[in-house]
Unconditional design. Structure first.
Length: 529
């Protein structure tokens, strides 16, 4: 399964993810709820009054077109009447009827009662009296308008019939009394006049198929604002939105979350997962050079157990396959590879092995700071340029336990770092350190995505280890780092994941470089310029 697919379907992470963000989610939700509570409480009271109008079934009315009755869909008829109630014309009439109170009318909502032929007219206002008066005015005004519309329709029909009767009268006047067709026209004229009279009677009796079913009552309590309700709703919605944001952010987050994530992304084994070390977590004597220095952990701190397991793995692997010189690098800066290298060297020395550490970060050296040693006087570059012999450049480092290791500092900053590290002289330095008795030579390199230096060093050592940081290193970065090393046939032994979360204050060793963000994925001499 690909890492993307795993992130998409792994719902088991969500409870833990939300638990870690729970204080933030609850805090922001509480702030929003408090703000809404204050804002809601500052608004004026709003009252709502509702009048109800009944829409009668128009099929009961004897309305004819020709000789066929008109069949009307009641649901459609109700919806039509709702639109008529909302019409600007009716609102204008209601405003004229209300006079000065019209300015106090707030919102108007018209809706049909489900499974019934009732239309509700709801009006809001800051005055309960105006709300009731306006709701009744809309209901009564609508009924009047509707009745007038239907009455006008009947009057129009009556007028049309009388006009037809008049035309027949003209025809009758042109015929003699003896004409047999005359009586038929007279009968037809009488029928038209009779029907016209009936339409006139019906016009006066029409209700428009609507009637006021219930007048509005005077509201006694405001329906809004409700500060408690509004604050609770705002808090819940904010919390739900934040939960969604957290889950989406995690879904599209490319940072390494676990050792398994790193293994799946690269296909390489994770040799060790190093917990975050806090200087406040001191449970015993420090593993130190006697000069002191930051980054080293106490021998009996829980963090040291991870380093002890790592050094044991390296010792066994060196037996199975001769790997005595190992370069350590990372995809980018700030992932703790120098601290990991230093502590691994100390644990190997504490186990009774002869360990040499080569500070090969020629552009931004920090290994000397860990061991409390100056790096820019004499060191690796001095040896590579032939200025001094190796034995004159190495610095013995005595630990508190009495054990020792040796450090080869970087030496003066060169202008051609990549060329120096790619030169055969560097391989001779590694070989000479082994000949001096070093069981392990650990080479601290700069980040592989920043410069080509680690690629050059990889050609002179037995293996390479990548150091990543959980929650910081991007999956794409570590995959690209592996690909670049593979392009030069480097023997990548595996990955060390730094920054495993633990309880207590978090403290990460931060490796800061001095190049811009646009240069992070560059190579060559841009690094360190």
């Amino acid at each position: 399964m690909s890492p993307d697919a795993e992130r998409e379907v792994d719902l088991r992470r969500i409870p833990g993810l939300l638990l870690r963000r729970l204080p933030l989610i609850l805090g922001l939700a509480a702030v929003v709820a408090a703000a809404v509570f204050v804002l809601s409480g500052s608004r004026p009271d709003q009252y709502a009054a509702t009048a109800k109008v009944r829409v009668l079934n128009p099929n009961r009315e004897e309305i004819f077109q020709g000789n066929l009755p008109v069949q009307v869909d009641l649901v459609r008829e109700v919806n039509t009447q709702i639109e008529l109630i909302r019409s600007p014309e009716l609102r204008t009439e209601v405003e004229d009827a209300l006079g000065d109170d019209a300015a106090l009318v707030g919102g108007l909502s018209v809706s049909a009662v489900s499974q019934a032929d009732i239309v509700q007219i709801r009006v809001t206002s800051t005055s309960p009296r105006v709300a009731r008066r306006a709701a009744d005015a809309f209901a009564e005004g609508y009924v009047d308008v509707r009745q007038q519309q239907v009455s006008d329709r009947f009057e129009e029909r009556s007028t049309e019939l009388r006009s037809n009767a008049d035309e027949l009268g003209s025809q009758i006047a042109g015929l003699s009394e003896a004409d047999p067709a005359r009586q038929g026209l007279i009968d037809r004229q009488n029928q038209l006049l009779e029907r016209a009279g009936q339409f006139e009677v019906d016009a006066a009796l029409q209700t428009g198929n609507v009637e006021v079913a219930q007048a509005a009552s005077l509201p006694t309590q405001p329906f809004t604002p409700s500060p408690s309700r509004d604050a609770a709703l705002a808090g819940v919605l904010t919390a739900l939105a934040l939960v969604g944001i957290v889950i989406l952010r995690d879904r599209f987050d490319d940072r390494l979350r676990s050792s398994e994530h790193a293994e799946d992304a690269t296909g390489l084994p994770v040799l060790a997962s190093i917990p975050i070390y806090s200087p406040n977590d001191k449970r015993g004597r420090r593993t130190l050079p006697k000069q002191g220095g930051p980054g080293l952990v106490p021998l009996d701190a829980p963090v040291s157990e991870a380093y002890q397991g790592l050094q044991t793995s390296l010792r066994f692997s060196s037996v199975a396959k001769a790997r005595h010189s190992i370069a350590l690098t990372s995809p980018g800066p700030g992932e703790g590879k120098t601290t990991v290298t230093a502590n691994l060297a100390v644990m190997l020395a504490e186990s009774g092995l002869n360990v040499a550490v080569v500070s090969a970060d020629l552009r931004k050296p920090t290994m000397g700071r860990v061991f409390g040693i100056s790096e820019r006087e004499v060191g690796l570059t001095s040896v590579l340029l032939g200025d001094v012999k190796l034995v004159e450049a190495v610095v013995p480092v005595e630990l508190a336990s009495g054990k020792r290791l040796v450090l080869l500092p970087t030496g003066p900053a060169p202008h051609n770092a990549s060329e120096l590290l790619a030169a055969p002289e560097f391989a001779k330095v590694i070989l000479e350190l082994e000949e001096m008795g070093a069981d392990f030579v650990l080479v601290d390199c700069p980040p592989v995505l920043a410069v080509s230096d680690p690629l050059a060093v990889s050609q002179h050592v037995d293996g390479v280890i990548l150091v990543g940081c959980l929650g910081s290193t991007l999956e794409g970065d570590i995959v690209e780092a592996v690909n670049r090393l593979a392009q030069v046939d480097a023997d990548v032994m595996g990955i060390i994941m730094n920054g495993l979360p633990t309880r207590g204050p978090e403290a990460r060793y931060s490796y800061r470089y001095g190049y811009g963000a646009g240069e992070r994925y560059g190579a060559g001499e841009r690094y360190g310029e």
